[in-house]
Design a protein around this ligand. Sequence first.
Ligand code: AHM
Ligand code: MG
Length: 334
Amino acid sequence: MQGVTLTQHIRQSQLTHPEARGELSSLLTQIGVAGKVISSKVNMAGLVKMLGSTGRVNVQGEVVQKLDEYAEETIQNIVGGSGQVCALLSEELKHVIEIPEDRAGGYIVAYDPLDGSSNIDANVSIGTIFSIFPKKSSGVEVTRRDTMRPGREQIAAGYILYGSSTVFVYTVGDGVHGFTLDPSVGEYVLSHEDIRLPSKCKTLSINQGNAPYWPRWVHDFVERMLARNDEDKRRVSGRHIGSLVADFHRNLLYGGIFLYPADQRAPRGKLRLLYEASPLAFIIENAGGAASDGHQRILDMEPTELHHRTGLLIGNEAEVQLAEQCVRDAEAAA
Ligand code: AHM
Ligand code: MG
């Protein structure tokens, strides 16, 4: 095996990052370990009876898949047992998990254990998304001040994508780096150093099936994007997987905008601020892009509840601004 491993890279960024202490390096490494465990189960899912649903419905009202449950338990065991966290916030759980004092550390991790669950049984890419905050309140208790945090207070965020290969992407606020899991040795190796979002927005990612429920501005925005294509050249292409983490990763590498706006079916949006929008917004800003709910920067949004939902427009900054302009135009015309 050749190249820089994730562990080496994390240690290196710890040396240069002012807030990163050894504990953060250890926590990120443990998240990587949880990702390896989940990845191996995802790869074997069809063989080890891990496809299909558990028959349960989660706090979001969504059917829990067997792999959702496995990913949740794996993160609780490995990250919760790392000694570096005092609380875990999961998309799958109703309440915060507080880590007992004798095993608690100084960080809070919010996560979506397996994003894109509706795609699991079709072998389509899925992933784990995570967000890390330093504990804010003094004292051992975990308070609302520690958990209800705007994304700008994140110290690190990332995701593990279980796709054609398993990729770990993270930022501690000084660039975005991607690592590919070499399954023959069980190590993540640096494959995408200092990812910068390409300047051209080549991809438009949105679930067209929601068009009947979209507010006016979304139709305007989509029309304006598609008007960039003419007989001579297709400048914008539609790509939508239905796994946010996979749609995001492709757009991060190729340039693009992903939208899941609030609409008539989901008046507050479908995606969750703490587990999906905020971590990906932290990553996209660190790669030179932007993220908004249509009115404000995602990283400035204050969650009012654990499962706070939001509209999400994320990708190239110019196109996110264009979408915000469409929102303002529609509001002015109303
Ligand atoms: P999940 O975390 O339960 O998988 O839900 C989030 C997913 C996103 O990955 C994806 O962008 C979206 O839900 C797709 O929803 P829809 O089927 O409404 O387009
Ligand atoms: Mg999700």
